[in-house]
Design a protein around this ligand. Structure first.
Ligand SMILES: [Zn+2]
Ligand SMILES: [Zn+2]
Ligand SMILES: [Zn+2]
Ligand SMILES: [Zn+2]
Ligand SMILES: [Zn+2]
Length: 214
């Protein structure tokens, strides 16, 4: 099935048509911190700042691990390790990287600079693998998706496979969206009356209505 899909993606349709048809356009980044984790998560895999399993983690020289974004944010107010308060600053003036009193954007090059100075480094691959392999529910589970997969596969599922992601209607004349699982050759945004509940709705919602009753 996957092989078939990949084959059809290679056909020389215009990108726009292909994207509409396949519904394989790029989705927004899944918020890994908002996911429901099915695996029980070892406490050592939770970031001490956001309390979620690490997202793109980094390790400090004092062996503490944080999500890169979490550490970066914490360093804007204090150039110390958020756990043990050991200094995380290099010689010279780091104040240019700190939060500006006028609310100006702190410099995101700080982590790179600390990395160069050996104060921040990559985490061991074993840790990355463990957070990648944590099992999560699809972010569209409330809408009905039953998919459970590893965290490193969830973005791919949402981008390519999740039937509950709303994708552009295949009709060039229609700017509405439709669940990927309901994609068909024509627009399903015309108004119809559902036989079962005798309510007017768009054609695409007939299936939703049937699923809700099931
Ligand atoms: Zn974090
Ligand atoms: Zn530390
Ligand atoms: Zn899904
Ligand atoms: Zn439509
Ligand atoms: Zn109905």
């Amino acid at each position: 099935m996957d092989a078939l899909l990949n084959l059809s993606i290679e056909r020389p349709y215009s990108t726009r048509f292909r994207e509409r048809w396949q519904g394989s356009h790029r989705e927004a980044a899944v918020d890994l911190r908002a996911l429901t984790y099915i695996s029980s998560v070892d406490d050592n895999l939770n970031c001490p700042i956001c309390q979620c399993p690490f997202v793109r983690p980094v390790m400090t020289k004092c062996d503490h691990i944080f999500c890169g974004d979490c550490l970066n944010t914490a360093l804007k107010t204090s150039l110390t390790c958020p756990v043990d308060r050991r200094p995380l600053s290099l010689e010279g003036d780091d104040s240019e990287f700190m939060e500006q009193p006028d609310g100006g954007n702190p410099d995101i090059r700080l982590l790179r600079r600390l990395r160069k100075g050996g104060l921040v480094m990559d985490v061991p691959n074993a840790i990355l693998n463990m957070v990648d392999e944590l099992r999560v529910k699809c972010p569209n589970s409330a809408a009905g998706c039953k998919t459970e997969t590893t965290r490193c596969n969830i973005q791919g599922h949402v981008n390519k496979d999740c039937g509950y992601v709303k994708v552009p209607c295949p009709s060039e004349r229609c700017n509405l969206k439709i669940r990927r699982k309901d994609l068909g050759p024509h627009c399903l945004h015309g108004t119809v009356t559902c036989d079962a509940c005798e309510t007017e709705m768009i054609e695409a919602d007939l299936r939703v209505c049937a699923e809700d009753r099931a």
